[in-house]
Design a protein around this ligand. Structure first.
Ligand SMILES: Cc1cc2nc3c(=O)[nH]c(=O)nc-3n(C[C@H](O)[C@H](O)[C@H](O)COP(=O)(O)OP(=O)(O)OC[C@H]3O[C@@H](n4cnc5c(N)ncnc54)[C@H](O)[C@@H]3O)c2cc1C
Length: 413
């Protein structure tokens, strides 16, 4: 966020809501999900009156401070097969192919530099127990006849992309990119400021069908979209479907010469095969970010300081850096931060409508929402367009298959 603000992407906070108002669609939460939904709605129907309310400033939640791994679902193939069978898995993974394209198109249309680097991802094994996770990805791609989506790499082949004594082998996933997350969040916010009504520092205290209550007034809207991520774990309709975990990252000083030494100059994002995985990447200014998904677990949707100030998880992230990339010993950690993630039971997001209402929601990204929130925005905006008698663009139609596969329907009463 510091870097994005220094690059001039910030803007004065949007004025809080002042008094009661009406809109066609009211969106609660201005992270990636809320903002992509708002922009997708306006793209489909510029005359639609859309209001976005955020308790803070848009992008100050996890959307502005994640690790910047941007990908769809080819990296989730084994899990998808288990959950939806082969055809379903392929449909979801193909729907996710629109994500990087969608972000690229947004950047081009809005002249936004979000440091999008389309260099693919590596899953590496750093212990015998992690070999399985690499093999599972390769086997799933082979079984579905999509071998290009998960290319196995021997220890030596992996070393051609990045050298570490800890790596035993890996798999290259071409569906993957990195972004500067705060640049994307602030660029989306800027685009939203130009096209929808945005009110910041406006917490929604109560969500009802067609009605949102805040300290500053009531918003009445035909459709309501709840895009509050981990905070949705405290919202009655989703309470039992989400658990909150903490995810933390550390960031080093710029060390381009050390990256040259270990040959990690291709920009690939990397994650290991642990259950609470390490995820690591380089940045455009030559830093290394190392993340650990092993943070505290929350109950009842309470989001306290443990999700932003948990020293033991920061220490685990730094330990991951030293253990997985020992040749970067000289790299000093300059920043560390964390945030809550919304974990669903199968680690896949879900989109739906509260029964008997026009309150729609998307959540459950389980720490992988940077890319899928684009898809979420298309899904949440899609049925609206269909209802108005317009045919949504193809990626949105592909995206709309996702909630149906998940056995839910984003729709209307
Ligand atoms: C440290 C960390 C690293 C991560 N790394 C990655 C990664 O590399 N790749 C990846 O894909 N994902 C990553 N994630 C997850 C990713 O950041 C999220 O999945 C994604 O940002 C979710 O976007 P969102 O818009 O749904 O939620 P958020 O960005 O959390 O936005 C929700 C918004 O709702 C607002 N809000 C909440 N309650 C209310 C209310 N009552 N009224 C009004 N507004 C409200 C909040 O202020 C917030 O702005 C990471 C997460 C963390 C914490």
């Amino acid at each position: 966020m510091e870097e994005a603000l220094a690059a001039g992407l910030g803007a004065e906070p949007a004025a809080p809501l002042e008094g009661d108002t009406e809109a066609d669609v009211a969106i609660v939460g201005g992270g990636y999900t809320g903002l992509w939904t708002a922009l997708a709605l306006k793209e489909r129907d510029p005359s639609l009156d859309v209001v976005v309310l955020d308790a803070d400033e848009c992008g100050r939640g996890p959307s502005g401070r994640n690790g910047g791994f941007l990908h769809g679902y080819w990296s989730h193939l084994p899990r998808l097969r288990e959950r939806f069978g082969d055809e379903g898995a392929l449909a979801v993974a193909r729907a996710g192919e629109g994500i990087v394209r969608g972000v690229r198109a947004f950047c081009e249309a809005n002249d936004a530099d979000v440091w999008l680097r389309e260099a693919g991802m590596l899953r590496v094994s750093a212990a015998p127990a992690q070999d399985r996770s690499v093999n599972d990805e390769v086997e799933a791609a082979q079984a579905l006849g999509v071998t290009d989506e998960a290319v196995p790499l021997s220890r030596n082949e992996l070393a051609e992309r990045v050298r570490s004594p800890a790596f035993r082998g890996g798999v290259f996933l071409r569906d993957g990119a990195t972004i500067q997350p705060a640049r994307l969040a602030l660029s989306l916010r800027k685009a939203a400021l130009d096209s929808v009504r945005l009110h910041e520092h406006t917490r929604v205290a109560r969500i009802e069908d067609g009605r949102l209550e805040t300290d500053y007034g009531i918003v009445r809207a035909r459709d309501v979209v709840v895009a509050t991520n981990a905070a949705a774990a405290g919202w009655q309709p989703l309470k039992r479907r989400l658990t909150v975990f903490g995810s933390y990252v550390v960031l080093t000083e710029p060390v381009p010469e050390l990256l040259e030494q270990i040959g990690w100059t291709g920009g690939e994002a990397i994650f290991d095969g642990r259950m609470f995985l390490h995820y690591f990447r380089t940045t455009n200014d030559g830093r290394v970010l190392m993340g650990s998904g092993s943070g505290p677990i929350g109950f009842g949707g309470r989001l306290d300081r443990r999700f932003t100030h948990d020293e033991p998880t920061v220490a685990r992230a730094e330990h991951g850096l030293r253990h997985l990339l020992p040749d970067l010993t000289g790299a000093k950690v300059t920043h560390a931060w964390g945030g809550p993630i919304d974990v669903s039971s199968d680690h896949l997001p879900f989109f739906g409508t509260v029964a008997g209402t026009r309150i729609h929601y998307g959540a459950g990204y389980s720490g992988h929402g940077a890319g899928p929130s684009w898809l979420g925005g298309q899904i949440l905006a899609c049925e609206e367009a269909e209802e108005q008698g317009r045919t949504p663009p193809l990626p949105a139609r592909a995206g709309a298959a996702l909630p149906r596969l998940l056995g839910m329907r984003v729709g209307t009463r």
